[in-house]
Design a protein around this ligand. Structure first.
Ligand code: PLP
Length: 444
């Protein structure tokens, strides 16, 4: 019996023994194609020589130092690199160790900014249903994933809530895409008005929704509408790109495709590609300057912020992505993945939707594609498919969002950026057979 408190307390997962490229091998010697990069993390795959070399060199020089005494060359270089490739205006970086910490830091930077500029009455955040922003209590409060929140109510903050962008389920019959988008923006405005816009700190949203809904992109113009509305009321926009960022959707930051610049943006996962735990907040200089001019101290901090070895790993990962032109590769392979999934699963009666951007794709599973009726939570469809996929030697990320109070099912695919065209066909095939084994075959 394992002494580790695993996510499921009733079972112990297989023991991973080694990894190479896009494959992980367990203790029994079974190989798994890692089609979700863990949780959309392993963007370069495993054992990349450049990253290993950079980490060795850094550990040899300086593994760790605490930021209350020193900064380090490597974390400064990483910050310069991130700012050089960030949307204009996001020119300050706060390093942390992961996604939830990044969200917490962004919420606190936003809150402190308004205190510093003399608007302390702004205490409210607005976020969306069916969203995930992390598992720490602050991040859980902004997240809209009810099944994760239920057991911890009342949460630390009472957050205003609006609908996510979820065209597949929420766009009404006969409604144009622009009309649907306008309806979502009107709903956000109504929520700001309900809370009093002068009381709102920020609107928090994932640019492309990841774990709770399975790679759901925004409709065209949605984020431009959000940005305009936030600007009109002096409300900040926080883009959570912990999952969808760092190249996953085919541009370094998913917001680049929306033509907007958020005030704060969280990144993690693909930043360090899994070689080290690292996350960051990219912040508008205006916010940081206000704090600098005010109290001069961001009231935050963790032991491992700016960790030199983590920074070395992340810097190496990011340099490889640039040097090897991997963003273009994500776009090409992403379209191949969409095509392969459509060919293999597009006609399956239980596949409701195949969606996503770049190498960030979701497959939504339904009882019946005409009515879009979700499976019952008790059926645990996404877990069954995950297990069957593992039996087929494939790792996919299973999740159930909340649809009309019930859990819907999807699997998320987020393979490393180095996948080949043959790997893509292999992924679609192994997933297709796992779905057929769990839910039956499509009539052909
Ligand atoms: N934000 C988003 C959008 C995420 O997808 C996640 C994790 O999946 C987090 C925050 C939390 O990140 P972490 O698990 O590194 O704390």
């Amino acid at each position: 019996m394992s002494r580790i408190i695993h996510r499921s307390l009733r079972s112990t997962p297989p023991v991973a023994a080694s990894a190479e490229g896009i494959y992980i091998t367990d203790q029994s010697g079974k190989r798994y194609l890692d089609a979700c990069g863990g949780a959309a993390v392993s963007c370069l795959g495993h054992r990349h020589p450049d990253v290993i070399a950079a980490m060795h060199a850094q550990i040899d020089r300086l593994a760790y130092t605490h930021t209350s005494f020193f900064t380090s060359e490597v974390s400064e270089e990483l910050a310069d690199h991130l700012v050089a490739h960030a949307p204009a205006g996001l020119d300050q970086v706060y390093f942390v160790s992961g996604g939830s910490e990044a969200v917490e830091a962004a919420l606190k930077l936003a809150r402190q900014y308004f205190v510093e500029i003399g608007q302390p009455q702004r205490t409210r955040f607005v976020a969306r249903r069916q969203s995930y922003h992390g598992n720490t209590l602050g991040a859980l409060a902004v997240g809209g994933n009810e099944w994760r929140r239920q057991q911890f109510a009342p949460l630390l903050m009472d957050v205003g809530r609006v609908s996510p962008v979820y065209e597949y389920r929420d766009r009404r019959e006969g409604e144009s895409q622009d009309g649907y988008t306008a309806r979502l923006i009107a709903e956000l405005e109504a929520e700001f008005q309900r809370l009093g816009p002068q009381n709102v700190i920020a609107f928090v949203a994932e640019t492309v929704v990841g774990a709770t809904a399975g790679a759901v992109p925004p409709t065209p113009g949605y984020f431009r509408g959000v940005r305009e509305l936030c600007d009109r009321h002096g409300i900040l926009l926080i883009a959570d790109e912990v999952m969808s960022g760092m190249g996953r959707t085919g541009t370094l930051h998913a917001v680049e495709q929306e033509g907007v610049v958020p005030d704060l943006m969280t990144i993690a996962k693909g930043l360090g590609g899994g070689y080290q735990p690292i996350g960051a907040v990219l912040a508008s200089g205006r916010i940081v300057e206000a704090i600098r001019q005010g109290s001069g101290l961001f009231q935050h901090g963790h032991t491992y912020i700016g960790h030199p070895t983590a920074a070395a790993a992340a810097l190496a990962v990011q340099k490889v992505i640039q040097r090897d032109g991997l963003l273009a590769q994500v776009r090409t392979r992403g379209e191949q993945l969409r095509g392969a999934l459509l060919r293999r699963l597009g006609e399956h009666p239980c596949v409701g939707d195949i969606r996503g951007r770049g190498l960030f794709m979701g497959v939504e599973l339904v009882k019946d594609r005409d009515s879009k009726a979700p499976f019952d939570a008790a059926d645990k469809v996404n877990q069954k498919i995950k297990q069957q996929a593992m039996a087929n030697g494939l790792l996919v990320y299973p999740m159930g969002g909340t649809i009309d109070g019930r859990r819907g099912d999807h699997v998320l695919l987020a393979p490393p950026f180095i996948v080949s065209e043959a790997d893509i066909e292999d992924i679609a095939d192994r997933l297709g057979s796992a779905i057929e084994l769990c839910l039956g075959r499509a009539a052909r």
